[in-house]
Structures are given as structure tokens and as C-alpha cells.
Design a protein around this ligand. Structure first.
Ligand code: NOJ
Length: 752
């Protein structure tokens, strides 16, 4: 055990440093590798080439059944194998029995941890800390590669502004800048400094592109994103991943403006290859190729194979149209041999870079000393601690020494499986430490802890358990109610039209609130929720996106003040689902609300048609969200002052130097996420009212002040303008430094 801790500590030692370390961009080609690819291509038959473009899924099925396919060179990659012994057996068949001995690429969805589960990515985004994203990915890679997995389908870089969409759990929220920096750090974490590092796992930037804009927040649905919006909002996180060296990209399921991504040469060729010079490879999503028939974009699988490859796809995930149809398509001239060679070249390049030709096998003893290593668990706890967002606090938190008894209530207090969140194929719930277990451990005999779930699970509608919960709550000094969502309520295909608390959770909270004891809500969920009325009834609310294996100890520390909340919302929380999409970086409209919204109860009877001001808001919800992007409280308070910029007029190649003073004006040592927003006031196209451009986590002792600064190159103000050019347009700008997207007073500057 001592050795395990040492190895993993050593790994963590390099993490902080490497989070921002520059990695060779994917376009830096290695002449020796290119020559080896040429030599292989010269020897390969057409069928062997097409075989490299084929990925099969095994889910631990019979090796004998895969044997012949591998020997014939008809498989380039296998997904869903996670056992080092089996992976070595499969690899041995490829390396020793196939004609050219080309190794397989073994893939798995390792999304927020392999065995040690980190907070879901939207929770990692709430940390506003790229070192968390980096170390989470590094640890996931160390654990997964110890079992032979060398390729993960992560990070998910889809911008989503719709909390109904279940997959937002897997991404970094609504903001292109936050998603770009968190995504790039994740890529670097998986891939280490060099893909040939045996602990490096090839990343896959997905889902390219626009998938998070699914109409109505319903998964797989069509999108209608204009080219400008695509470039300004949906592409930057992918560009950042390409620049960070992501070894692969995955196409998305949606059709945008009528063209499914898997058949979209504009995004796969024009943007990815021609504009970004990307030289990793592109894989389809799970039969997203074949689904082009269902979309009504292809008549049959022959057309699927032709359209996919001609659009720029290199590998097909379990669709099997490539192996079946491409030989004929090449013969007929519908797909050129150059297109096939290009695709195979892109795939082999990554196999060479991963060092698979030199070291195809995995050390079968490695896993036992790597999985769930103590340092991995500590990192997961750190991530969960920083990811928690304090939405409300009347002073009840942190719990004081005077609290001698707590009643732990609610379906998420002891939900080992559910607190791990979506997309956990390998983490085992037995390793999850729940809040209930952690609180008991933390308070020992100092506080009496009673537990009554009240509801068995988050959708539970039976009210039978509520009375027991109420009696337990009556006897306690403070009620801690753990509510939220089971993991199955978010993730792929798990969308909701009602994003309030499910089951009888609201009734449970109502009943608890009526007792009149201090009520702390701890929410554990996979998405923003419409919890306005529950927030009103509680004295404090601590929100956690599914926090993973170590969520319990993180939450216990936060409740008792061993740690101070510092998370900020990576997505806007709506009051009502009818406000969706609601996001901070919206355009202004010609009629924004300017303090003159009139809500439904205040409308005079028979009011005149235009008497309400004709502004952009809902009569029954106003225009404000429940909580804005970037919001999150602390046990202390922070004051921003002396905000200044070094000039009032800048040239296009200048760097804007922003200085400000941050003071911890409360009683706790704590960390604040300072955020820098900008507004381009007039453009050749209308611009968002605010855009996040920088952020920084700053730790201050109680009473401490620091003089701080941001540097923002003027070039970072560029956007895709009326001529579809990426330019900084001269003119006036507002700039804020603040603790969330709705606070602060702007400074102004201009660009000449
Ligand atoms: C479908 C999902 O959309 C994608 O994200 C995932 O990586 C693949 N299935 C493989 O499991």
C-alpha cells in the first residue's frame, strides 16, 4: 500500500505543473512516423485498410468470435474491453497472427474517472479550476491504461444552454470560454505530455458539433445553428481541444440545418482539416453513420459509407457499413483510394504516436497497485469540495459546535450508486463514500446523527416514509435534507421536460420546513433544477452536481466548515423550465428590460395593450434567472475594489492590463473565483451583453486583501463578423471584474 501511495503521489506532483504545459500541436508531424505509415500503406490490401477504419464493440464477449476478424485485419479498434488480460490476448492476435501485425486501439468511455469517480464534468466546470480538470483526467488515464485502455471518448465539449438536455452533465456548461479551457486541460490530462507515455490515453473531442443545441433539449434532436453561431459559440471548445492535441474527434448524432454531422464535409473537412490543420482521426458516434438512413439523408448503407468517408470520417464505430460497402465503393469510384489512404494514415498516426507498435501489451499487475489509490481518492475529494456551490446561506452554515444533533433525511444522503452520476461503467459503488457515512465519521460522538431517508429514491412518490422522517427531524437541532436526482435522470437520452425535484421530494421538503427547525438542503443532481420554492423554504442550500466517489467526505467537510464552498455555476439556473433557453451571454434585443418589467400579479385589470412597456420578458417569470452563471456564495464575503485598466484606448495588438483589489471581508479563509467579462458594444452583427474572457481562483485569509490583475490580449475580443471573418472590430467596450455574471459596474475602453 505504501508503494501505491508513493507512485500516485509522484504522479500528482507533476499534475499542477502539467495542467498548462504546452503540448506539441497535432499538426507537428513526425517524419519517421509518416515514413512508417507509408511503408505500411504500401503493403496493405484494400480490405486491410478498410479494416483499420472499423471499430467493433465487444462488451467482454467471446474472444474466439473476434479472433478471425482480427487475424484478417478487419478490425482497427475495439471498444468496451477493460480487462488487461483479455486486452493482451486480443492484442496478441493482432500483433502475432494478423499479416501485418498492426496493433489494435482499445477504447472505453472513461468520462469522469475510471474506477475513482470524479464529479461529473459539469461539476468539474463549477470549480472554474483547470488543474482539477487536468488531474481528474490524468488520474482517469493512469487507472484506465493500467487495464490496457488507451483511448477514451472524452471530453464532451458540447455547449448546452438547455438544462432539459440530459447530456449537459457530461460537458462544461453554457460558456464557450469555460468549456474551452476546461476541455483543453482535460485533453492534456488524458494524453500526458506525450502520447507514447504508457499512462497516456488518447482523447476524443466530442460530439462534433452542435449536439448540445438539440431542439427542445431532447437528445439526438435536430439543431438549427447558423454558421456564425457555430463559429462564435459551438466551435471554440473544439478548436481548443484540437490545439491541445486531442488525438481524435467524434461526430455527433444531430443534423444541423438538415445535414447530419457524420456526413457534413463543411465541419469535418473545411473547418477541422483545412482551417485547423487537424491531423488526428475522426470517428463516428455509435452507428451515427448508419443512422443517416433513419434521418432520411442516405438511402442505404452503401450511401452511408460513401457519404461518411467523402465527408471526412476516418473510422466507423460499430456501424459496419465501411467494412461491408467500401470495397465496392472504391471499385466503382464513388470513394477514391486517396480518401481511404488518408483515413488509414490518420488512424495509424495515432497508433504510432501511442507507441502501440513498440509496446502493444499492458503490464497485467499494474492495475492492483493503481486503482483507487489513496492519492486518487484525495484528488477526487478535492475536486468534489471545490465543485460544491453554495446557493443560499442565512448563517446556519457552517454548522457550529452548538449543533449537538442532526437529522439526515432524503433519498440522496446514502445513495452510493447515484452520487457517482452518469456514464460510470467501471467505478464500483462499494467504493463510494456517501454523505451519511462521511458525516458519521467526521462528527464521531460529538454530534448525534439520526437518519431517515423519507423517500427510497429521488423519483419515489410513496409518502409512507415521510412521517418517520418528520419525527426524526423534530428531535434534531438541524435538519440536513439530501435531495436531487438519481444518476439515471441525466446523461445520454435522459432528458426531462420537468426539471423540478422529482417524486415526492418537494412534499418532503415542505413537511420538513413546517417543523420550524433550521433546514439545510444539500442537492445532488445532474443538471440545473428549478428549485426556487424549495430554496425559499430552506435556511441554506448547497448544490452539488453528482460529486463522485468522494462526494460524501467533501460535503461533510463543507457542512462543518472544514472546507469553505468556492464553486460557481457553469450554467444559468432558470426559475421555470419555460424560460429555457436562458443563458447569460445572450444578445440584447431592441427591447431589453430596463427595470420596467411588470409581473402578472401587478397588471391592472383591463390594462391597455401597450401599458406594460413592451419589453422582452415573461409576464409570469420576468427576465431574470433563479441564479445567474458564475454565481456561488462562500462562508465569507468578498469585496472587489480599485478595478482599473491601464489605458482607455488600445490598438489591436495590445494587451489590456486589468488591475483590481480583492478583499476577504468576512471571517473565514476562503477562495473566490474572480471573473472578467467584456461587452463589445456595437458590431457589424449584434454581440452578447457579456462574455466571460478570463477567471482566476484566489485564496485569501479572513481580512486579507490582494492586489491582482488579469491580462487580456485585444485579439481575444475577436469574433466572426458580418463578413464571416474572425476579427476584432474597432469601437467601444465594457469590462467587468466581478464574482458572477450579474454583478459589478463596468469600466469602458475602446479599440482603434
Ligand atoms: C454514444 C455516445 O453518444 C458517445 O458519447 C459514446 O462515446 C459512444 N456511444 C460510445 O459508447
Amino acid at each position: 500500500m505504501a508503494n501505491i501511495a508513493k507512485t500516485s503521489l509522484a504522479l500528482c506532483g507533476i499534475m499542477l505543473f502539467s495542467a498548462c504545459a504546452h503540448q506539441q500541436p497535432s499538426s507537428g508531424r513526425d517524419a519517421k512516423i509518416e515514413a512508417r505509415i507509408d511503408s505500411l500503406l504500401n503493403q496493405m490490401t484494400l480490405e486491410e485498410k478498410i479494416g483499420q477504419m472499423n471499430q467493433i464493440s465487444s462488451f467482454g464477449g467471446s474472444i474466439d468470435e473476434m479472433h478471425d476478424l482480427i487475424v484478417k485485419g478487419e478490425v482497427g479498434s475495439i471498444l468496451n474491453e477493460v480487462d488487461a488480460k483479455r486486452i493482451n490476448q486480443l492484442q496478441k492476435i493482432a500483433v502475432e497472427e494478423s499479416r501485418l501485425g498492426i496493433p489494435l486501439l482499445l477504447a472505453r468511455d472513461v468520462i469522469h474517472g475510471f474506477k475513482t469517480i470524479f464529479p461529473i464534468p459539469i461539476g468539474q466546470a463549477a470549480t472554474f479550476d483547470t488543474t482539477i480538470a487536468y488531474s481528474g483526467a490524468r488520474i482517469a488515464a493512469v487507472e484506465a491504461t493500467s487495464c490496457g485502455v488507451r483511448w477514451t471518448f472524452s471530453p464532451m465539449l458540447d455547449i448546452s444552454r438547455d438544462p432539459r438536455w440530459g447530456r449537459l452533465a457530461e460537458g462544461y456548461g453554457e460558456d464557450p470560454y469555460l468549456a474551452s479551457v476546461m476541455g483543453a486541460a482535460t485533453v492534456r490530462g488524458y494524453q500526458s505530455n506525450k502520447l507514447s507515455d504508457p499512462t497516456a490515453m488518447a482523447a476524443c473531442a466530442k460530439h462534433f458539433v452542435g449536439y448540445g443545441a438539440a431542439e427542445g433539449g431532447r437528445d439526438y434532436n435536430s439543431t438549427e445553428i447558423t454558421e456564425r453561431k457555430l463559429r462564435n459559440v459551438y466551435l471554440p471548445s473544439f478548436k481548443a481541444a484540437a490545439e491541445a492535441g486531442s488525438a481524435s474527434f467524434m461526430t455527433s448524432f444531430n443534423d444541423n440545418d438538415g445535414v447530419p454531422s457524420t456526413g457534413n464535409s463543411f465541419i469535418l473537412k473545411q473547418v477541422l482539416r483545412n482551417e485547423w490543420n487537424y491531423d488526428g482521426f475522426v470517428v463516428t458516434d455509435w452507428n451515427s453513420s448508419g443512422e443517416m438512413v433513419v434521418h432520411g439523408f442516405c438511402a442505404d448503407n452503401y450511401e452511408v459509407a460513401v457519404k461518411s468517408v467523402n465527408a471526412g470520417v476516418d473510422m466507423e464505430m460499430v456501424g459496419y457499413s465501411f467494412v461491408k460497402e467500401l470495397p465496392e465503393a472504391v471499385k466503382r469510384g464513388d470513394v477514391s483510394i486517396d480518401a481511404i489512404n488518408n483515413a488509414v494514415r490518420n488512424i495509424l498516426r495515432i497508433k504510432f504516436k501511442l507507441g502501440l507498435f513498440e509496446h502493444p501489451y499492458t503490464d497485467e499487475d499494474l492495475a492492483s497497485s493503481t486503482l483507487y489509490a489513496e492519492s486518487h481518492l484525495q484528488s477526487a475529494k478535492d475536486a468534489a469540495t471545490k465543485a460544491a456551490i453554495l446557493l443560499k446561506n442565512d448563517g446556519i452554515l457552517p454548522l457550529s459546535d452548538n449543533v449537538k444533533s442532526v437529522a439526515i433525511i432524503g433519498p440522496m444522503a446514502d445513495a452510493q450508486h447515484d452520487q457517482m452520476g452518469t456514464w460510470v461503467f467501471d467505478g464500483e459503488k462499494e467504493h463510494t463514500v456517501t454523505p451519511l457515512a462521511a458525516i458519521k465519521e467526521l462528527v464521531g460522538n460529538n454530534v448525534s446523527v439520526s437518519y431517515e431517508a423519507g423517500l427510497a429514491y429521488s423519483r419515489d412518490n410513496s409518502k409512507e416514509g415521510i412521517s418517520k422522517a418528520i419525527s426524526a427531524a423534530r428531535k434534531a437541532d438541524v435538519i440536513l435534507a439530501f435531495v436531487g436526482e438519481e444518476s439515471i435522470l441525466s446523461g445520454e437520452a435522459h432528458c426531462l421536460a420537468n426539471i423540478g425535484l422529482q417524486g415526492a421530494q418537494s412534499e418532503l421538503i415542505d413537511a420538513l420546513a413546517q417543523i420550524g427547525k433550521p433546514l439545510v438542503l444539500v442537492v445532488i443532481a445532474g443538471r440545473p433544477l428549478t428549485i426556487g420554492s424549495e430554496v425559499e423554504k430552506a435556511n441554506a442550500v448547497l448544490f452539488n452536481f453528482h460529486p463522485g466517489t468522494m462526494g460524501g467526505p467533501a460535503i461533510a467537510d463543507l457542512l462543518w466548515g472544514k472546507a469553505v464552498p468556492s464553486g460557481k455555476l457553469p450554467m444559468t439556473f432558470p426559475k421555470y423550465v419555460g424560460q429555457v433557453p436562458i443563458y447569460y451571454a445572450h444578445n440584447n434585443t431592441g427591447r431589453p428590460v430596463e427595470g420596467n418589467e411588470v409581473l402578472i400579479d401587478n397588471i391592472p385589470v383591463e390594462a391597455g395593450q401597450t401599458s406594460l412597456g413592451c419589453r422582452s420578458f415573461y409576464l409570469d417569470a420576468g427576465w431574470e434567472p433563479l441564479f445567474p452563471f458564475g454565481y456561488g456564495l462562500s462562508y465569507t464575503t468578498f469585496e472587489y475594489s480599485d478595478i482599473a485598466i491601464d489605458k482607455t484606448e488600445y490598438g489591436k495588438s495590445d494587451v489590456i492590463k486589468v488591475s483590481y483589489k480583492l478583499t476577504n471581508t468576512g471571517n473565514y479563509d476562503a477562495t473566490e473565483v474572480a471573473q472578467l467579462y467584456v461587452r463589445d458594444k456595437v458590431g457589424t452583427v449584434t454581440r452578447p451583453v457579456k462574455e466571460l474572457k478570463r477567471f482566476e481562483r484566489i485564496s485569501l485569509k479572513a481580512g486579507e486583501s490582494k492586489e491582482l490583475s488579469f491580462e487580456l490580449p485585444v485579439s481575444d475580443l475577436a469574433f466572426w463578423n458580418i463578413d464571416m471573418k474572425y476579427v476584432v472590430e474597432p469601437g467601444d467596450f465594457d469590462l467587468w471584474v466581478a464574482g458572477n455574471s450579474q454583478s459589478g459596474t463596468p469600466l469602458t475602453f475602446s479599440v482603434k
